[in-house]
Write a protein that binds this ligand. Structure first.
Ligand code: 5GP
Ligand code: MG
Length: 178
């Protein structure tokens, strides 16, 4: 079993690099299959964790999409949610009438996703859908339109996901072990 230490905590592998690639590819193909080519699709990635996933999703879609990012935080340097969402960086795009697809690493409580959905709707978006790589319980939002894999209540790192700003560049997914 592959184990690494980040700061003060031990993590063991949950998905290998190949398993992760397969999850991402399946999710990207579902988006590609179901989006309408005539849509005014705007992908909005959530910094920082959503970057690798956004890249892989965007490269698999047609060239007429628009890409931008927002920055939202709810975890700080902890392994649990602080309970409130802060928008540190907003998009400057005119979203009126656009079809927004939020691309994020993971949904835990669903607070970030709900906050961003409401935010983009208030900016006039015609539709707002959600794509996340991992989905924990999402109590505050319905199941995302697109997601890579359901996971249990583990705290995970890798492929964009950090623990205290470390572990984002891991090519596999590891979970906190005791
Ligand atoms: P939510 O608002 O759904 O509770 O939390 C969403 C955000 O919290 C995610 O976008 C991610 O940044 C962070 N988060 C939630 N679960 C995890 C996890 O297991 N590991 C890491 N590294 N971040 C997480
Ligand atoms: Mg995030």
């Amino acid at each position: 079993m592959k184990t690494i230490i980040i700061k003060d905590k031990k993590f063991t592998e949950l998905f290998s690099e190949q398993e992760l690639k397969d999850i991402v590819t399946a999710c990207a193909q579902k988006i590609k299959r179901t989006i309408n080519e005539t849509e005014n699709l705007v992908l909005i990635g959530v910094l920082n964790g959503g970057i690798p996933f956004m890249n892989d999703i965007a490269f698999s879609l047609p060239e007429n999409i628009t890409i931008d990012y927002v920055r939202a935080v709810s975890y700080g340097d902890n392994t649990y949610s602080s309970g409130k969402v802060e928008l540190l960086l907003d998009t400057q795009l005119d979203l009126r009438g656009k079809d927004v697809l939020i691309v994020d690493d993971i949904i835990d409580t669903g607070r970030t996703a709900k906050f961003l959905k409401d935010h983009f709707i208030s900016k006039g978006a015609g539709s707002v859908r959600l794509c996340c790589l991992f989905y924990k319980k999402g109590t505050l939002v319905e199941e995302p339109e697109y997601f890579g894999s359901y996971i249990g209540d583990d705290f995970i790192v890798g492929y964009g996901l950090d623990y205290a700003q470390k572990g984002r560049n891991l090519k596999n997914i590891l979970k906190l072990s005791d």
